[in-house]
Design a protein around this ligand. Structure first.
Ligand code: GLA
Ligand code: ZN
Length: 691
């Protein structure tokens, strides 16, 4: 069956390729716009994100709007086949706004109001800020929502941070009232009888503060949830006047890599398409796999938010200037990292930024057009080459990723497991742990969705679900995973799971709480190890997994009792030597693995190598990929596009699996049984999809 998602905009059937464009910085020099348009066409760019920080140029004083410059930019775009994601300018406000209405400025957790400056320095609750944003957005929509160059709305820019002003405190109290209904319920959920923290009046409630309350875990959790809801509410407030004028124009807001401050999953429904900004620190090591796996994880996360192709809204064509080391992309890396995004589901490749600013803090940030001002640069050539590649690969647009494996990664679990005092305040390394599981699958060339435990998606489509350190586990999530395994799924869960509920209240009656029955173990105690202290997994003879060698482990060792599960490996040392460290429970039609300790990385390679084979989870190429090389598939059901990506930092030779391949860019058949890839090499092949 031939099936594709529709393109993000019906006006651009192929890839969107382009950059953030700030013509408002060049209004004094009109020649720049004409030169930029010439260069955009030369670079194979067809889309620009315009006006992101242009509020001061659009509304130089309160109520006086100047749109002529933007008219000119968009009209010239339209005349030249270039499209625009038109931004709402709320990411930074003009000085007159802060000066006249100081309430728009953000208040820190220390309750001190910021001065004007920076960006993202505004309160999402302030009625004045909301009013001013609504007005400028409405004006933009009225003027441009049907402009032939405008293909969508770029809402604000990288929402983030939090405000602790009086308005936000009031909103937090209302949010809590709506959630709990009564103070009694709130006190019970927050366990405030501890240290006499019982609240007797709603007015006593405040956001957590370094000089105030930080010790009530449920309070901290609810504040973080509130910050997400507040920001989402603001985002919807921004979108409303735009949709009111033209409901057809797609809306997105650009996100940041697994940003901790906002539960992005909650934003998915409000947006038409997900977009995000990727800034890998390439060439940190000779082999780029660690960084590549992290960005692959993020691409998968953002694709999974709406389960469809996403936008790479920003990436640098060369270097950044805010990371500790501003490294150039070595030859090949621009193509490789851009195609990596596409391989995982991006239907756009966009940059920050088109042209370098002349002054201020981003003057040295990479751009398509350098200060030298012409196209005869290495970076421009890289961009133009990629433009040609994307044209040749237009068939990829709208194709899907069919993942049969998923990793559960909940924002509130991440907040809670890190906030909890004990068992290892020196670090439980939640994100690193998630990545250890992910990277093993990534190396195998397995497609992975990154999902929430309370997603409404059907888990039945996955043959394997991995739930690393699911410390916060709602009863419903436990029940959903129980059904999943009972119906034939395979679950891998780990130590420090099923410890608390959504209020960070410990599950009573034995850990791992709602997962205990499914996993067939009771975790009685957990031992934290000092840095450098090691234990290990010793295989049980003839274990079902075929585990044949020992693996090191550390950090946390849970002491479990078997309640239906069988031990596959036991602890090597300490007073709990010989007790189960890795178990499997056959449950209903499925099975649930439980890893009681944090194993060294090669263990995950072994575990997932075995499971992927046993469960028949498809790999992009059914062959052993060399280290540092991965592969991903996008498909329309008839044609598979197979992306082979070499992050090893060295030249390599990749075995193919005997199926008939063609080069996706040239259409030429691939005769070799092994592909030679240079360092930072990327090839895209096509083959007939399996029915
Ligand atoms: C972020 C912002 C951009 C720019 C880049 C620089 O992603 O959205 O405006 O500051 O960083 O890398
Ligand atoms: Zn505020």
């Amino acid at each position: 069956m031939h099936a594709k998602f529709p393109p993000i905009s019906s006006r651009i059937p192929g890839f969107m390729h382009g950059a953030d464009y700030n013509p408002d910085q060049w209004l004094h020099d009109p020649a720049v716009l004409e030169e930029d348009i010439r260069l955009m066409k030369l670079a194979g760019c067809n889309v620009m994100a315009v006006g992101i920080f242009a509020w001061a140029a659009l509304e130089p004083e309160e109520g006086r709007f100047e749109f002529e410059w933007l008219d000119r930019v968009l009209d010239r775009f339209a005349a030249n086949g270039i499209y625009a994601w038109l931004a709402t300018p709320s990411g930074a406000r003009p000085a007159w706004l802060s000066a006249k209405y100081p309430e728009v400025l953000r208040v820190g957790p220390n309750r001190v109001r910021n001065l004007h400056g920076h960006r993202h320095n505004h309160c999402y609750s302030s009625p004045v800020y909301r009013e001013k944003v609504e007005r400028i957005n409405r004006k933009l929509a009225e003027r441009y929502a049907f402009h032939p160059a405008v293909v969508g709305w770029h809402i604000s820019n990288e929402y983030g941070g939090e405000c602790h002003c009086g308005y936000c405190q009031e909103a937090f109290r209302e949010w809590l009232r709506a959630k709990y209904g009564s103070l009694e319920a709130l006190n019970a959920a927050w366990w405030t009888s501890f240290w006499s923290h019982t609240y007797t009046d709603w007015s006593q409630l405040e956001s957590p503060a370094p000089h105030g309350e930080t010790m009530v875990h449920a309070h901290n959790l609810d504040w973080k949830r509130f910050v997400t809801d507040r920001t989402l509410d603001f985002c919807k407030h921004e979108i409303a006047p735009l949709r009111a004028v033209n409901p057809e124009l797609p809306v997105t807001t650009n996100m940041m890599d697994w940003y901790e401050g906002l539960d992005y999953r909650k934003f998915a429904d409000a947006l038409d398409v997900i977009s995000w900004d990727a800034y890998p620190t390439w060439h940190e090591a000779r082999d780029d796999s660690r960084v590549a796996a992290w960005f692959a994880f993020n691409h998968d996360l953002f694709r999974s938010l709406k389960d469809k192709p996403f936008m790479l809204m920003e990436s640098t064509p060369s270097l950044t200037n805010w990371q500790p080391i501003s490294k150039l992309k070595k030859p090949g890396m621009h193509r490789l990292s851009s195609l990596q995004a596409v391989a995982h589901g991006a239907d756009t490749v966009q940059y920050f930024q088109w042209r370098k600013s002349r002054g201020s803090s981003e003057k040295l940030h990479g751009a398509v057009i350098d200060h030298v001002g012409h196209e005869h640069t290495r970076v421009f050539c890289d961009v133009a080459d990629l433009g040609a590649t994307l044209k040749a690969l237009a068939g990829v647009v709208g194709t899907a990723t069919r993942a049969r494996a998923a990793i559960i990664a909940d924002w509130d679990n991440r907040w809670a497991v890190k906030d909890s005092q004990g068992p290892r305040n020196a670090g439980v390394h939640y994100e690193q742990t998630v990545m250890e599981h992910y990277k093993a699958l990534w190396e195998l060339g397995v497609a992975v969705d990154i999902v929430g435990s309370d997603d409404d998606r059907d888990f039945g489509r996955y043959k394997l679900i991995v739930a690393p350190m699911m410390y916060l586990c709602r009863a419903e999530a436990g029940a959903k995973l129980e059904r999943y395994v009972r119906d034939g799924g395979t679950l891998v869960a780990t130590y420090w799971s099923g410890v608390v509920d959504e209020h960070d209240l410990c599950h009573l009656g034995g850990f791992p709480g709602p997962l205990r029955k499914t996993l067939g173990v009771w975790a009685e105690e957990i031992d934290a190890l000092y840095d450098g202290e090691r234990n290990g997994l010793v295989p049980v003879p003839d274990n079902a997994l075929g585990l044949a060698r020992e693996f090191d482990s550390g950090e946390l060792c849970e002491l479990v009792h078997l309640e239906g599960a069988e031990a596959l490996a036991v602890y090597r040392s300490d007073f709990y030597a010989g007790r189960p460290a890795l178990t499997r429970h056959r449950f209903g039609q499925g099975q649930a693995y439980y890893l009681a300790t944090r194993a060294e990385a090669p263990f995950y390679d072994f575990l997932y190598g075995r499971l992927v084979e046993d469960l028949g989870i498809p790999r992009a190429i059914e062959a052993d990929l060399p280290e540092g090389v991965t592969a991903q598939v996008r498909t329309d059901g008839e044609t598979d596009y197979v992306f082979i990506l070499n992050f090893s930092g060295a030249e390599t030779s990749v075995p193919l699996d005997g199926r008939a391949y063609r080069d996706a860019e040239t259409g030429e058949p691939v005769e070799e049984s092994r592909l030679n890839l240079p360092a930072n090499g990327a090839r895209v092949l096509t083959r007939t999809a399996r029915r």
